[in-house]
Design a protein around this ligand. Structure first.
Ligand code: PLP
Length: 391
């Protein structure tokens, strides 16, 4: 029997890889220096470690080290990118374009920008979760400063046509930001080949520690300029003041290095396990896959995510009937009556359909026994609830 509860919620956060933790620990104890201390070896040791991490993390996305700043995570990176562009380029225009199915850190930042006098277009998505490129093109005006489209969706794993979006933005002279938090380290990402101007990502979604993340800021062709969120000591080229989280950054770098080496192998293993889980769950009567694009290209979604609808059942009820399974409903559980997922609603699901959907996200440490057990647990719970006539 695998360790319980079986963890299939890797899109919420991943465990820290033991190899990552190993390299982090000395930076809490004997190598505790402040990376900005210029006058002694403690500082230099910390600075060297941050330099290495910057090389490792930038290499994973095809950037150069001087184009990456470290942050506390993707939420901060996204806030810095969107607010920073709006503040810096405001004299040129006030319009941003994003997508209805983005992560709350993008949507809420856009709402903030609207209150500050910006105008935001929220592009719809089709039933497959993808934006329409003609609609994107048509939405861009002379006032448009930035297009922000997530690389891969956290709830469905659907991957947007990033390269094509990058080309459109380049042609129109608009900055392209992507929230690539779920994609980096899982599928190949390259800021140059994909025409990305700004990219946000996070350590704890790729087997690194919580509280560390990165923002890629293109330096040339064209250079992207930003105003910082935080003022202070001028760390990170003045874009992110505050003492660097050296252990977290060291772990982030190591996690990126491991991902670069292991991504292909992980993806192969995980897509086989995910397909097995998905096939078995879809054999249960009254189930359907959310975010499939059967006629799309093969890499249309992440290899380790499956979002399944169990018609007639409430996702939250089903989850509580499966305490041995750690999964998620994708809804923002901020209150006693959770809102249905805005991602699934944007894809055209009804509120009831959205509420009956669950996300299974596998990770590097998922093994075949976990999947076999998860299939059994899920099957039994659905049958029992349906027998009892639960709604
Ligand atoms: C987790 C996640 C975030 C937030 O990342 P943090 O590092 O926790 O702030 C942003 N966007 C997406 C798509 C995510 O999955």
């Amino acid at each position: 029997m695998p360790k319980l509860p079986i963890y299939l919620d890797n899109n919420a956060t991943t465990p820290t890889d033991p190899r990552v933790l190993d390299v982090m620990l000395p930076y809490y104890t004997e190598k505790f220096g402040n990376a900005s201390s210029r006058h002694h070896a403690y500082g230099w040791t910390a600075e060297d470690a941050v330099d290495l991490a910057r090389e490792q993390a930038s290499a994973l996305i095809g950037a150069s080290p001087d184009e990456l700043i470290f942050t506390s995570g993707a939420t901060e990176s996204v806030n810095t990118a969107l607010k920073g562009v709006f503040e810096t380029y405001r004299p040129k225009g006030n319009h941003l374009i994003t997508v209805a199915s983005e992560h709350p850190c993008v949507l809420d930042t856009c709402r903030h920008i609207e209150k500050a006098g910006g105008r935001v277009t929220y592009l719809p998505v089709g039933s497959n979760g993808l934006i329409n490129l003609q609609e994107l093109r048509a939405a861009i005006t002379a006032e448009t400063l930035l297009v922000s489209v997530m690389y891969a969706n956290n709830e469905t794993g659907v991957i947007q046509p990033i390269r094509a979006i990058g080309e459109i933005c380049r042609e129109k002279g608009v900055i392209f930001h992507t929230d690539a938090t779920q994609a980096v380290g899982k599928v190949p990402v390259n800021v140059i080949e994909e025409g990305i101007g700004l990219l946000s990502f996070s350590a704890h979604k790729l087997y690194g520690p919580k509280g560390a993340g990165g923002l890629y800021i293109r330096r040339k062709d064209p250079r992207v300029r930003l105003k910082p969120l935080l003022e202070g000591g001028g760390h990170e080229k003045g874009l992110r003041s505050g003492t660097l989280n050296v252990p977290g950054i060291v772990g982030f770098g190591k996690a990126c290095e491991i991902a670069a080496l292991q991504m292909e192998q992980d993806a192969k293993k995980l897509s086989a396990l995910r397909d097995k889980l998905e096939k078995a769950l879809l054999e249960i009567p009254g189930t359907a896959l959310n975010g499939s694009a059967p006629d799309g290209p093969e890499d249309y979604r992440l290899p380790h995510v499956s979002n399944i609808r169990f018609d007639g059942l409430k996702g939250d009820l089903l989850m509580s009937a499966m305490p041995d399974l750690a999964i998620s409903s994708g809804s923002a559980c901020t209150s006693a009556s959770p809102e249905p997922s805005h991602v699934l609603l944007a894809m055209g699901l009804s509120e009831e359909e959205a509420r009956s959907s669950l996300r299974f996200s596998l990770g590097r440490f998922t093994d075949p026994a976990d999947i076999d057990a998860a299939i059994g647990i899920c099957r039994q719970a659905v049958e029992r609830l349906r027998r009892e006539g639960a709604h």
